[in-house]
Ligand binder design. Structure first.
Ligand SMILES: CC(C)(COP(=O)(O)OP(=O)(O)OC[C@H]1O[C@@H](n2cnc3c(N)ncnc32)[C@H](O)[C@@H]1OP(=O)(O)O)[C@@H](O)C(=O)NCCC(=O)NCCSC(=O)CCC(=O)c1ccccc1C(=O)O
Length: 485
């Protein structure tokens, strides 16, 4: 159908929109806020009008890639780009399976295309995937104008006049009956904003133009790569987002969590922080796959894990931190929930330490504060045996405040947040400081303990633990049992 109308597509766009489509596209480019030199991916480009508008904005140093699943449209776009000497690359591509690497564009745009895809969520997910952190998505799409006069007028135009004029000028009446049909059922406005939020876009905005005939949506790809950080109704949520390793963390993850916690600390609108993990797991501690000879390597290859600062920040932020735990809370991921003020767990949560199995330990708050919570004998059992404990067992030992069925975890956590937010923030702040005071002496111990862990990481014994995990075998520590110092 799209191939059949490609030849007359541009002229019909101008006739049917009374020339407004150029203005709408210019406004879309402006809404993106992009500058010279940016890399833009335009989806469902058709004859490349929006890609051309972007190319004018991003200039010679920029990169614009125009894609469509209809080759006949792209052929027209290619000729047009050549006529305008616009540096645009063209690619045949399905918006639901983009042939581009993760995080490779500053902006992804689409005009009048998303209502044609089979699965909107999949296409939005792909847009999110190829955007780099801090990038922007802009969508231009039809709305459904309301209002006592303009609404019925517009519906009359799109139901009766547009298909006739379109059919008459293009010779393909079905194509121009299809357009108003899909526009009328597209989830415009608030529903589309929600669809974008569900794909983790943040700061989603919608602006209606020409009385609601079209909407421009603009949304951000969060600056963070390893976490999802959101703020709503007085609650900041920090969610670890590396599901392929069950949310195990690397140096960048810890750096980003620190940044998010500091933002929540200084935001007067925030009264509670929720720490959680994406895709049904909390966290499984340090990422053993990037653990080198001296510890957890950052992207430049330097061992540098700011776990000590993160533990301090969770303790010191003058607002309660609630761990919302589903799935595994294991190793360094277990220590994180231990340090949080409160823990709410789903009935499928699993808790435990693994350090002595994988060549690691936390002899700081991970030992001392754990023992304060569950008692000396139990804390020693947890670290020496490295067993796993169910949510009910964790609750029975005082490690978890409440266990709820998985489907109630969000609502229960939100309820606890609301209860806290209704209380005096100063009273809560001083109560937290008072509770902390009892174990604040642990800071020196923590510095020594984490220093010892870093030194331990350089040893053959610790390397055996890590290597055994990666090779999926039991570690052999027998030869490291030496005469005590
Ligand atoms: C959590 C498991 C028990 C889950 O087991 P299972 O259900 O069988 O799933 P798997 O197939 O094992 O996992 C799926 C997939 O994820 C990968 N993965 C899981 N966890 C990690 C991880 N931590 N690092 C890297 N990769 C991980 C796993 O390999 C699979 O991938 P494939 O490619 O498919 O193989 C089990 O997964 C498990 O035991 N995981 C390891 C838990 C662990 O030992 N964590 C590290 C503990 S040490 C630590 O966290 C220190 C860091 C730290 O915080 C610290 C540093 C310095 C001083 C103090 C501290 C401190 O702890 O406070």
């Amino acid at each position: 159908m799209f191939a059949a109308i490609a030849g007359r597509y541009d002229r019909l766009n101008s006739v049917l929109s009374l020339g407004l489509h150029h203005y709408w596209r210019r406004r879309t480019v402006t809404a993106s806020g992009l500058r010279h030199g940016a890399a833009v991916l335009d989806l469902c480009s058709g004859t490349a009008d929006l890609a051309l508008a972007f190319a004018r904005r991003t200039g010679r140093d920029g990169r614009v890639v125009a894609t469509d699943f209809c080759d006949a449209m792209l052929v027209r776009g290619r000729h047009k780009a050549a006529r305008h000497r616009a540096p645009i690359a063209f690619a045949l591509a399905d918006a639901q399976r983009l042939p581009f690497r993760d995080a490779s564009f500053d902006a992804v745009s689409v005009a009048f295309g998303l209502r044609n895809v089979d699965c909107l969520a999949t296409a939005l997910g792909e847009m999110y995937r190829v955007l780099r952190p801090g990038g922007v998505a802009v969508v231009l799409e039809f709305g459904q104008p309301q209002g006592a006069v303009f609404g019925p007028l517009f519906r009359f135009y799109s139901r009766y006049l547009l298909p006739r004029i379109g059919g008459w000028l293009s010779g393909h009446s079905e194509a121009y009956a299809y357009l108003p049909r899909t526009a009328a059922v597209f989830p415009a406005g608030a529903r589309f904003k929600q669809a974008m939020r569900e794909q983790s876009f943040t700061d989603v905005q919608a602006r209606s133009l020409t009385g609601g005939v079209v909407y421009i949506y603009r949304a951000d790809m969060p600056e963070f790569e390893d976490i999802i950080y959101t703020k709503a109704d007085g609650v900041a949520t920090v969610s670890m987002n590396r599901p392929w390793v069950l949310n195990a963390f690397r140096p960048r993850t810890i750096d980003e969590m620190l940044e998010a916690f500091h933002d929540a600390w200084y935001d007067d609108g925030i009264g509670v922080v929720v720490l959680t993990g994406e895709k049904s797991n909390f966290c499984t501690g340090g990422d053993q796959k990037i653990r080198g000879q001296g510890g957890y390597n950052d992207e430049s290859g330097t061992p540098r894990l700011q776990v000590r600062n993160l533990h301090r920040t969770i303790r010191e932020i003058p607002k309660p931190v609630i761990a919302k735990v589903d799935g595994y809370s294991i190793g360094g991921g277990h220590v994180l929930h231990v340090i949080c003020d409160l823990t709410i767990a789903s009935d499928r949560a699993i808790f435990g330490q693994t350090g002595p199995k994988v060549g690691s330990f936390d002899a700081g708050f991970g030992a001392m504060y754990l023992a304060r919570i569950v008692g000396e004998k139990k804390a020693r059992e947890i670290w020496y045996l490295c067993d796993q404990y169910s949510a009910e067992e964790a609750r029975d030992m005082g490690l978890v405040n409440k266990v709820v069925p998985r489907e109630q975890l969000d609502e229960e956590t939100a309820l606890w947040c609301r209860k806290i937010l209704a209380k005096s923030p100063t009273a809560i702040r001083f109560m937290k400081a008072g509770f902390n005071a009892d174990t604040d002496h642990g800071y020196g111990l923590q510095a020594l303990a984490h220093g010892a862990t870093s030194l331990f990481y350089t040893s053959d014994e610790a390397t055996e633990g890590r290597t055994a995990f990666l090779e999926k075998r039991q570690p052999d520590f027998a030869k490291y049992r030496r005469t005590p110092w």
